[in-house]
Design a protein around this ligand. Structure first.
Ligand SMILES: Cc1cc2nc3c(=O)[nH]c(=O)nc-3n(C[C@H](O)[C@H](O)[C@H](O)COP(=O)(O)OP(=O)(O)OC[C@H]3O[C@@H](n4cnc5c(N)ncnc54)[C@H](O)[C@@H]3O)c2cc1C
Length: 468
């Protein structure tokens, strides 16, 4: 059905056809249905439609389009830009589409379009199987994967999207299609980092990997040791096997393991080393880092699924995040990274992170993927705060990080890690050539730019502006 033949349903007609819950602004459940991870986002949709099945998704899509209303698709609600809400428009909430079905023999899993990582990780763990997923359990599988999908085991298994076998997608006219290596291949390519620009993924199938043993080392130091430790960490990771993942970051110490009591409430430097193997094997790799005498440590074998929810961020904070790819991390860059860490508001849940890419992430660079992957490091300031009066301060901090590290920045950015930083950053994120290819695919599958809330790729031939 094309746009002009789309039925114009009234709200009453929608109510009789829709199986899930509908929340208008005067509905008692509206405020709760509107909560997303970033409390700084204040958009007030006209309608929030909590879908229970694919028919619901199609019905509400028709309702919104037939009435000329803007659309936001909601999965885990973790877009820091607030892509899952839209002022005066319709939210297509997919959280009810969260079936998870594991095929242990084939080592695959199929999940509904509103599944969150905790639901998927728990189901695959029962079979000793994993794939790269987000670093907290409440993020949406589809939102994260369609944007690329960076996670702790990416250096071994690639980004989440590298493990994608098939996507069932509802396009802007309500029709369903399948994208895979053998069907709609150009679209399938675009779904490896092009985000929610092309339609609504109602189900996704992933390749899984057997995981026998998994270990982590969480090592904590006072901020004064940050420079020496991060330099050691850089040298360690740059020659580590792909089985090693993790990151180095600054954060506020908490009164809990592995932070010593004296560092609670203080700015700390932390390294997390994840390892696809046993604790003794991991310890043997850590020699250099341990020589810097951590003030606190937790080195242990744990179920992968436990790590996946260990760092779950508290909801309810205001968020401003940014990120950049770094082409190298010499000592001077580390000095500047540490200097910007010291500008963080402490205590707060904010973090200043350096994440190593390389390994399987970089190996896939040659296949011309949507995401530029050859950078060895990603710098990722994550500002979280409570008082709206601090909004500008958080933005200034992220900007200061970019200014300080500019000499080493490649110009690329992993878009899942940033909020709304304008159209130029979107083009930079994909690179001009990839952006233009995505724009041609967008013109084929969503010529009216119905799906425009995630970092928007404009359909080729369209000059500017968004809207249905
Ligand atoms: C606490 C936190 C931790 C994070 N950790 C990571 C991480 O480790 N690695 C990483 O790569 N990113 C991470 N992110 C970023 C995250 O991947 C992106 O913000 C992603 O868009 C979130 O998806 P969501 O479904 O949770 O969010 P939502 O806000 O619900 O969705 C964002 C957009 O994604 C698209 N989308 C969602 N579901 C679908 C669907 N089924 N079909 C089509 N489009 C869809 C839509 O355009 C939607 O507007 C994190 C974000 C937060 C807040």
């Amino acid at each position: 059905m094309s746009d002009h033949t789309m039925q114009r349903l009234t709200l009453d007609e929608l109510r009789t056809r829709f199986h899930g819950s509908l929340h208008t602004q005067d509905d008692p459940g509206y405020d709760e249905a509107r909560i997303i991870f970033n409390a700084a986002v204040e958009s007030r949709p006209r309608l929030i439609a909590e879908c229970t099945d694919v028919d619901d998704v199609r019905t509400v899509l028709h309702y919104a389009r037939g009435n000329g209303l803007d659309i936001a698709v909601r999965g885990g609600g973790h877009s820091v830009a607030g892509a899952s809400l839209v002022d005066d428009g319709v939210v297509i909430d997919l959280r009810g589409l969260n079936d998870v079905s594991v095929a242990p023999e084939a080592r695959t899993v199929t999940v509904g379009g509103g599944t969150i990582w905790g639901e998927m990780d728990r189901a695959t763990a029962e079979h000793g199987l994993v794939t790269t997923g987000g670093r907290v359990s409440t993020t949406g599988v589809a939102g994260l994967t369609l944007g690329g999908g960076s996670g702790w085991v990416e250096r071994a298994y690639g980004l989440a999207c590298d493990n994608l076998l098939e996507v069932e997608l509802m396009t802007a006219d309500g029709s369903m299609l399948r994208a895979s290596e053998s069907e709609n291949r150009a679209l399938f390519w675009a779904l490896h980092g092009g985000g929610g620009n092309f339609g609504i993924a109602t189900s996704l199938t992933f390749q899984l990997h057997p995981l026998d043993r998994f270990s982590i080392a969480l090592l904590v130091w006072p901020k004064e040791q940050g420079r020496e430790v991060i330099a050691e960490y850089r040298d360690f990771v740059e020659s580590a096997p792909d089985a090693v993942g993790g990151g180095a970051l600054y954060c506020t110490g908490v009164p809990d393991e592995p932070f010593p009591e004296r560092l609670a409430g203080k700015l700390c430097c932390l390294t997390l080393v994840t390892y696809l193997g046993s604790e003794p094997q991991l310890r043997a790799l850590l020699g250099g880092l341990l020589r810097h005498r951590p003030a606190g440590e937790l080195i242990t074998e744990i179920p992968y699924v436990d790590l996946q929810c260990m760092l779950d961020d508290p909801p309810g904070y205001r968020n401003y995040w940014s990120a950049d790819h770094l082409g190298a991390l010499p000592d001077e860059a580390i000095d500047r990274f540490c200097a910007t860490a010291e500008l963080m508001v402490v205590p707060s849940p904010s973090q200043h992170a350096l994440l190593p890419w390389g390994g399987a992430v970089a190996r896939n660079a040659e296949s011309g993927t949507v995401i530029n992957r050859d950078a060895p490091w990603v710098v990722h300031p994550l500002g979280l705060w409570e008082d709206p009066a601090d909004d500008q301060r958080a933005r200034d901090w992220a900007k200061a990080t970019a200014d300080e590290l500019r000499p080493w920045m490649t110009g690329d950015v992993y878009l899942n890690f940033i909020g709304d930083e304008g159209a130029d950053r979107i083009v930079a994120g994909f690179g001009r050539t990839n952006y233009e290819r995505l724009a041609r695919i967008k013109a084929a599958y969503d010529p009216d730019n119905v799906f425009n809330r995630w970092h928007n790729v404009l359909p080729a031939g369209r000059r500017s502006g968004v809207g249905a």
